[in-house]
Design a protein around this ligand. Structure first.
Ligand SMILES: *Cc1c(COP(=O)(O)O)cnc(C)c1O
Length: 378
C-alpha cells in the first residue's frame, strides 16, 4: 500500500476543488476586472440558471443565497404563513423546521421509514388537519422520499408540495429528476453537497412559471427585475454570486460523471455490507432507482463502538443526525402534545455515515469497506 492509502481518510475531502483551481483563479480575475462590474445576479447567474434548467429537461431555475433560503422563498411564494401548518420529517436537518417557522407557520413532524430514513407518507397523512397548508418531504442520505405518494397526498387534500431535494441533486425517480416532483424543489450548493461549490448558494427549481416568478422577486427584495426600487412584496436578500455562477457553469458538465462515481462506490459498499445485516449493521437498500449518494449511511446497533473502530482504522465517519428534529430545543416548543416519532429516535441513535465522495480512490474504498466488515460484531 502507498502512504496516501494509509493516511486518514477524511469524511469530506479537503481538496474538493483542487482540480479546478486554475479555472477558479481565472474566473475570479475575469469577474473582478470585467467592464460590467456585476458581482451578483449578472450574466453568469442568468446563464447558469438556464443551463441547469436545460440539464433538467426544461425547468425554471432561480439561483439564490442558500438551500435554506430556497426553502424559505418557496414557502413565502406559496403564501404559507401564520396559522398554517406544514408537515415535515421528524428526522433531518434544521432548515426543514426553521424555514417553516421563519415564515410564521408551524412545522408538524411526521415519522420516517425505519430503513430508508425518509418521511413516511402514511405518517404524514395522519398529521394532515384543517390548518395544513403544505407538505415538505425531504430526500435523505441515500434514498429519495416517496414523492409519487406525496404528490398524490397533496392532490387529494389540496395541499402545496415543496420538495426538499437539497441532498438529492442528480437523483432520478420514475424518470423524473429530484427537485421536479414537487411544485418546487430546492438544491444546495454548499461545498459538501453533490453539486457543491466553494461558497454559499442554492437554487429553487420549478416548472410552475408563476411560482418561479414569485421566488425570483422574493430573492431580491420583492423587485420584479424591470423596475428597480419598486417593491411588490416584502422579500429577502438571497442573491447569487457571479463568480460562483461562472464556476458552477464550468463544473456542470462533469456532474453526471461525479454522480456515477458516487453510485459505483455505493454499489460496492452495499454488496460488501449485505452479510452484516443480521449482525447489526444495515446498509441502505441496493439499486440506483430513486437513489442519491450525498453521504452513505449505515444503521448500526452499536454506532459509537463502530465509529470508534473506524476512527482507529483511519476512517472518518459522521453521525447525521444525533437527535430527532422535534427533540431539538429550538423546535420542541412546537411539538403537539402526545406526538411521537419512534423511527426517527431510533435513526438518531443508529445512523452512521461513511465517505462516498467521487475522488476516493479504489484503494480507499476497499479500505473503508474492510474497516466496516472487520468490526468486532459480538
Ligand atoms: C443542506 C441542506 C439544506 C440547506 O442547504 P444550505 O445551502 O446549507 O442552506 C436543506 N435541506 C437539506 C435536506 C439539506 O441537506
Amino acid at each position: 500500500m502507498s502512504t496516501t492509502e494509509l493516511a486518514e481518510i477524511p469524511f469530506f475531502p479537503p481538496d474538493l476543488f483542487e482540480g479546478d483551481r486554475a479555472v477558479l483563479l481565472r474566473l475570479l480575475r475575469e469577474t473582478g476586472t470585467s467592464a460590467s462590474q456585476r458581482f451578483i445576479l449578472g450574466e453568469q447567474t442568468a446563464a447558469f440558471e438556464r443551463e441547469l434548467g436545460e440539464s433538467l429537461g426544461g425547468a425554471e431555475v432561480v439561483a439564490c443565497g442558500s438551500g435554506t433560503s430556497a426553502l424559505t422563498l418557496v414557502l413565502a411564494a406559496m403564501e404559507v404563513g401564520p396559522g398554517d401548518e406544514v408537515v415535515v420529517p421528524a428526522f433531518g436537518c434544521a432548515p426543514l423546521a426553521s424555514s417553516v417557522l421563519s415564515v410564521g407557520a408551524r412545522p408538524v413532524f411526521a415519522d420516517i421509514d425505519p430503513w430508508t430514513m425518509v418521511i413516511d407518507p402514511l405518517a404524514a397523512a395522519e398529521r394532515i388537519g384543517p390548518r395544513t397548508k403544505a407538505l415538505l418531504p425531504a430526500h435523505m442520505f441515500s434514498v429519495m422520499a416517496d414523492l409519487p405518494a406525496f404528490a398524490e397526498l397533496a392532490r387529494r387534500h389540496g395541499l402545496r408540495l415543496l420538495e426538499d431535494s437539497a441532498v438529492a441533486q442528480g437523483g432520478v425517480l420514475e424518470g423524473r429528476p429530484a427537485g421536479l416532483w414537487g411544485e418546487a424543489g430546492v438544491y444546495s450548493f454548499v461545498q459538501v453537497k453533490t453539486f457543491g461549490m466553494p461558497g454559499e448558494g442554492g437554487a429553487v427549481v420549478t416548472r410552475d412559471a408563476e411560482l418561479g416568478r414569485a421566488v425570483r422577486m422574493l430573492r431580491n427584495h420583492g423587485q420584479d427585475g424591470r423596475t428597480r426600487f419598486t417593491h411588490h412584496r416584502i422579500g429577502w436578500n438571497s442573491r447569487f454570486d457571479e463568480l460562483q455562477a461562472a464556476f458552477q457553469r464550468h463544473r456542470l458538465p462533469g456532474l453526471a460523471d461525479r454522480l456515477s462515481r458516487r453510485a459505483a462506490i455505493a454499489r460496492y459498499y452495499t454488496e460488501r455490507f449485505a452479510p452484516l445485516a443480521e449482525r447489526g449493521v444495515l446498509a441502505p437498500p441496493p439499486g440506483t432507482e430513486g437513489r442519491c449518494f450525498y453521504v452513505y449511511t449505515l444503521l448500526a446497533e452499536r454506532r459509537e463502538a463502530l465509529r470508534a473502530h473506524l476512527a482507529r482504522r483511519g476512517v472518518a465517519s459522521h453521525a447525521y443526525y444525533p437527535q430527532a428534529l422535534p427533540r431539538q430545543p429550538a423546535f420542541a416548543p412546537y411539538v403537539l402534545p402526545g406526538d411521537g416519532w419512534p423511527a426517527a429516535e431510533r435513526a438518531a441513535e443508529r445512523a452512521l455515515s461513511i465517505p462516498v465522495y467521487p475522488h476516493l480512490t479504489d484503494g480507499q474504498i476497499v479500505r473503508i469497506a474492510d474497516a466496516v466488515c472487520d468490526f468486532p460484531f459480538n
